[in-house]
Design a protein around this ligand. Structure first.
Ligand code: AHR
Length: 653
């Protein structure tokens, strides 16, 4: 019987259980096991139009006419437009378009781009257009550029003159005349003659930190407010690719953006029902932008690289012969050099040339995503044998396969132990009930082996996978057990991070967006509360001497923050009725006392409720103050609402 049904039965038979206050005793004599400062983080993959069309602020789809087999995808051409690949400026993306305008052509000649399910334009905001052009003769040619609304009305204009037989970069600015998430851009050659165009790009002037080639300010702000401390990138299955050729190769993602090799996205035809032939990777948000963003967010980068296996779930399931693995290992070694190497090194110099002479201080590297089978550990060993001696301080992450338990999981963990990896990546996408039942998962883990990186997890509701409060509260309950076992679980990242409401392949996701808006899910707020109130050390918290992990549908954990000087108690009530709880500070370090008022932050709501772009605040954290019992000066009585996640902060002095 599911907990929700039990809850309904309890409600039907009345509030007898609720009448008894539950006493939770916190032992704060001394700080317990340390909580890793990097514990709570984010997992980013270019899935759900997460990079191109998402975080990456480029508004033009297929700006380099480089989509394999469909080089004009995203564009509508009219008049005389020819696709060419001779004499282009960028050797890795050689295609460009030739526009020929003739007076007798009544339609004129030009091309329109549809953006990523439209181009999001905000009234009065400025947009930066850039492209490369050359002309056949020396007579200047005029291009008329217009933003067109979803009703086809011109809502922004710009005229640019191009001239000269050599490729040159042209730039201009357009101001949006309307707010509309589904605009298009039209570029028309209005002077008779020939003009060649390439790498046509449009960015909002306002990007995160106003950077060129920047990221969407609103989405990154939401990430920033999460305070992630570790940042896994670039996936996920995308690391592995549909086949080895389409695996994520970080070297394709650095250097000048115009010349980053455009490749198909592994999520473009994952299943028959999720067919996205226009999903490619421009790598505009590449490894340099990733490291920079990690730095901005204050998160430790944790890149994942291919170990020579393509996706084992689908596709041809290719494995590079062990004898040909060296280029993959070199990619790993070179990535470390790109992140951390001196500017005098080959890859450190590239980092410096791109604008960041200082090292990024990368500390983690994961090798392989969700690998399994008899050979993975042999491949991993080959990587480790070369990385360990050269970079002994980099923490290496191995995988336990795609599932949270079972044959592959059981086979992989001993192999990871034998190899002495630093962390093992565990993935669990499971129903909410599994999360509720698994709050004790890590209580019995080996304290001496590799640490756990909960690298991908999310509660998947049935029959439809939703970011509703049912999934969020189940995750919050489970995470009390993760936090209690902070000596075993060193890192945790919910997955996936973002999804475009009009172009997603996977749900649920932590954050949803469209071309102009972004919404934080209830699951986001759960992550945020853990991340903001992570504390520095675990404290025991018990009810009748037992850990609080599901008995009476209550889950709890306590931590101390020795820097901010506060005790933080997290309580989840997964039943639908409120509970009276006495939080008793049983023991305290000598010389310490606490304030008589504690601050509470709570999330509560209907289990079916979601936050949407139109109703973004259905479930949001709320605050209240609670005071100490007048009878006992170490007890804080709290009425914990039904279906709630609560964070109590007790200030020490
Ligand atoms: O997060 C979505 C996918 O789930 C990841 O790409 C993969 O690692 C997992 O199977």
């Amino acid at each position: 019987m599911s907990n929700w049904i039990k809850t309904l039965i309890c409600l039907a038979i009345g509030g007898i259980v609720a009448a008894q206050p539950v006493e939770l005793v916190v032992d704060a004599r001394r700080p317990g096991v340390p909580i890793q400062p990097d514990m709570w983080g984010i997992f980013f993959e270019d899935i759900n139009f997460g990079a191109d069309g998402g975080l990456y602020a480029e508004l033009i789809k297929n700006r380099s006419f480089a989509f394999t087999n469909s080089p004009l995808m995203g564009w509508t051409t009219y008049g005389h437009v020819e696709l060419r690949n001779d004499g282009g400026l960028f050797d890795r993306n050689p295609n460009y378009v030739r526009l020929t305008s003739k007076r007798e052509l009544l339609t004129g000649t030009g091309l329109m781009n549809e953006g990523f399910r439209g181009i999001g334009i905000v009234k009065d905001d400025t947009y930066k257009l850039s492209f490369y052009a050359r002309t056949e003769d020396d007579t200047p040619k005029r291009l008329s550029v217009r933003l067109l609304s979803s009703n086809n009305d011109p809502v922004g204009r710009l005229q640019i003159e191009v001239s000269g037989r050599e490729w040159k970069k042209y730039t201009g600015e357009i101001v949006g005349g309307i707010s509309d998430p589904h605009c298009r851009i039209d570029i028309r050659l209005t002077t008779p003659g020939v003009a060649d165009l390439d790498h046509i790009s449009l960015f909002p002037a306002k990007t995160w930190k106003n950077r060129e080639n920047g990221l969407r300010e609103d989405i990154i702000q939401v990430l920033y407010e999460l305070k992630p401390r570790v940042f896994r990138f670039p996936g996920g299955c995308i690391v592995e690719g549909n086949n080895l050729e389409t695996r994520y190769q970080w070297k394709n993602s650095v250097g000048p953006v115009e010349n980053r090799l455009v490749t198909e996205n592994r999520w473009n035809y994952n299943t028959a029902s999720k067919f996205f032939p226009d999903y490619f990777q421009s790598y505009g948000l590449g490894f340099y932008e990733y490291f920079l963003l990690a730095e901005d967010l204050g998160a430790e980068p944790l890149p994942v690289i291919s170990c020579g296996f393509s996706c084992q779930f689908s596709g041809p399931r290719e494995v590079v012969p062990l004898s040909e693995l060296q280029p993959y290992i070199d990619d790993a070694l070179d990535l470390i050099e790109f992140a951390n190497g001196p500017v005098t090194s080959k890859w450190g110099k590239l980092r410096s040339d791109m604008g960041h002479p200082a090292p990024f201080n990368m500390k983690y590297l994961a090798i392989g995503n969700e690998q399994w089978g008899p050979d993975y550990h042999i491949y991993l060993d080959a990587f480790m044998k070369q990385i360990r001696p050269k970079y002994p301080n980099i923490k290496l992450v191995g995988t336990s396969g795609p599932y949270r338990s079972g044959e592959w999981f059981d086979a992989l963990w001993p192999q990871m132990r034998a190899l002495k990896v630093d962390l093992v990546d565990e993935h669990y996408y499971a129903p909410p009930q599994w999360f509720l039942n698994s709050a004790k998962r890590y209580d019995s883990y080996d304290r001496n082996g590799p640490k756990v990186f909960a690298g991908e997890y999310a509660a998947h509701t049935t029959p439809v996978k939703l970011n509703n409060f049912e999934s969020a509260i189940a995750e919050a309950a489970f995470l009390t057990g993760v936090e209690r076992n902070a000596d075993v679980v060193h890192l945790a990242t919910y997955a996936p991070l973002v999804g475009h409401v009009d172009a997603w392949q996977w749900n649920p996701n932590l954050i949803w967006f469209d071309n102009l808006r972004v919404v934080r899910t209830p699951n986001y707020y759960v992550q945020q509360l853990y991340s903001h109130y992570s504390g520095t050390n675990v404290l025991p918290i018990t009810n009748n001497g037992q850990i609080v992990a599901g008995e009476n549908q209550l889950y709890a954990n306590a931590v101390i923050d020795t820097i901010k000087k506060e005790i933080i108690v997290k309580i989840v009530n997964s039943s639908a009725f409120s509970r009276d709880i006495n939080i008793r500070i049983g023991q305290l370090a000598s010389g310490m006392s606490f304030k008589s008022e504690m601050q509470a932050i709570y999330l509560t709501g209907d289990i079916m409720k979601e936050n949407t772009l139109d109703e973004p605040s259905a479930i949001v954290p709320q605050n209240e103050s609670l005071t100490m019992s007048t009878r006992e000066n170490n007890v804080f009585p709290a009425r914990v609402r039904g279906l709630s996640f609560n964070v109590y902060r007790i200030q020490l002095q």
